[in-house]
Design a protein around this ligand. Structure first.
Ligand SMILES: *Cc1c(COP(=O)(O)O)cnc(C)c1O
Length: 361
């Protein structure tokens, strides 16, 4: 089988064993004589998959009984609205730290529901870095502080989360969810679309702490209330069963690899190889991101001209390297090396980068 070197930013590469497991189980799953797509979400076989996925997320992060894990539809983009719809009163203020394209969208939605204080405006530094603690203009007793843990397009990432003085952090972790172990205590709510780091598109993971859940507004439509889904273990209505099943396959494979510590070591090694290649040849490769804010997931860089960038993408594609083109809003090159991106792919792109620089430098 010839799998491509897949660097798409999302939907993105999945572990081959997780895909092969699905392939093997597709027509006759768990002895049911059906695929998981054709079985009731109220069946005991489906329940086992659903609960295993939740249990693995709780285990990996070390979530205690005060956190609930939900599987919702609508993508991370729906969470931009659902978070303030549930949490932010008309006269209340939420702090938003603006570090990229996605935080901008989250801010626009929050403004529909209450006051938004932009505690740091990343545009002032060209969105090339994460703010320092002393740059944050936090509101005392804000409802919450919203961050984007990894900026998928600009290629920046929070390496240390901000100190919010006890105000709960709400984090969009769509593009680096479970890339390493982290302390969940400062977080009141975490959301992540599955299709970057965890599975296929179609399910969004929401982790919500009980005290935050208890404070959610009651007057929202049933489907848009976290409480509805928390109360029914995300089975209030039909959940996206196949995406959840694939998420389970990916999590189960991650557990076989040794859990988040092993995943982090693998990710650090992969990103390190690419950044070392960039830094070793600064006349050819230019990294626009501040060194202290570099993303381990989305590695962005520029070449000496846009013509060379187009050539790099085309020649890469001819070598079955997919998704090297930077986001249309920023240009340049982006290598997305999420959890499931194999080392062989990174080694292949690094060899190609060196060869290309030699031939065109
Ligand atoms: C991709 C992405 C989103 C949008 O996700 P959808 O599931 O397409 O709505 C939001 N935030 C971040 C950080 C992302 O990378």
């Amino acid at each position: 089988m010839a799998r491509a070197f897949n660097f798409f930013a999302g939907p993105a590469v999945l572990p081959l064993p997780a895909i092969e497991r699905a392939q093997k189980e597709l027509a006759d799953w768990a002895g049911t004589g059906t695929s998981i797509m054709e079985t009731s979400h109220r069946s005991k076989e489906y329940d086992a998959v659903h609960n295993e996925a939740i249990a693995l997320i709780k285990e990996f992060i070390g979530l205690d009984e005060h956190y609930q894990v939900l599987f919702l539809g609508g993508g991370a983009s729906l969470q931009f609205a659902m978070v303030p719809m549930n949490l932010l009163g008309k006269d209340q203020t939420a702090d938003y730290i603006h570090t990229g394209t996605w935080s901008k969208k989250a801010i626009a939605e929050a403004k529909l529901f209450g006051h938004v204080n932009v505690a740091f405006d990343g545009e002032t530094v060209g969105l090339t870095r994460i703010p320092r603690q002393d740059e944050l203009k936090l509101t005392p007793n804000a409802r919450y502080v919203h961050i984007t843990s990894n900026n998928t397009i600009k290629g920046t990432q929070w390496h240390t989360f901000p100190d919010t003085h006890g105000v709960p952090i709400v984090a969009d972790m769509s593009s680096d969810f479970l890339w390493r172990p982290f302390d969940p205590k400062p977080f009141g709510l975490i959301y992540a679309g599955a299709q970057k780091n965890l599975g296929p598109a179609g399910v969004t993971i929401v982790i919500i702490r009980d005290d935050i859940l208890a404070q959610c507004k009651a007057e929202n439509p049933t489907m848009l209330k976290y409480a509805t889904h928390a109360k029914e273990n995300s089975l209030f209505n039909t959940p996206p069963v196949f995406p959840i099943y694939m998420v389970r396959n990916v999590l189960s494979y991650m557990k076989d690899l040794g859990g988040l510590k092993a995943v982090e070591a693998h990710n650090r090694k992969k990103a390190g190889l690419i950044y070392d290649t960039i830094d070793a040849n600064p006349t050819f490769f230019r990294a626009p991101v501040d060194k202290g804010s570099r993303s381990f997931m989305n590695i962005v860089f520029r070449l000496p001209s846009e013509e060379l960038e187009a050539k790099f993408v085309a020649e890469g594609k001819a070598r079955r390297m997919l998704g090297l083109k930077g986001h249309r809003s920023v240009g340049g090159i982006r290598v997305s090396a999420y959890n499931s991106c194999p080392m062989e792919s990174v080694e292949a792109v690094v060899a190609f980068m060196k060869e290309f620089a030699k031939a065109n430098g």
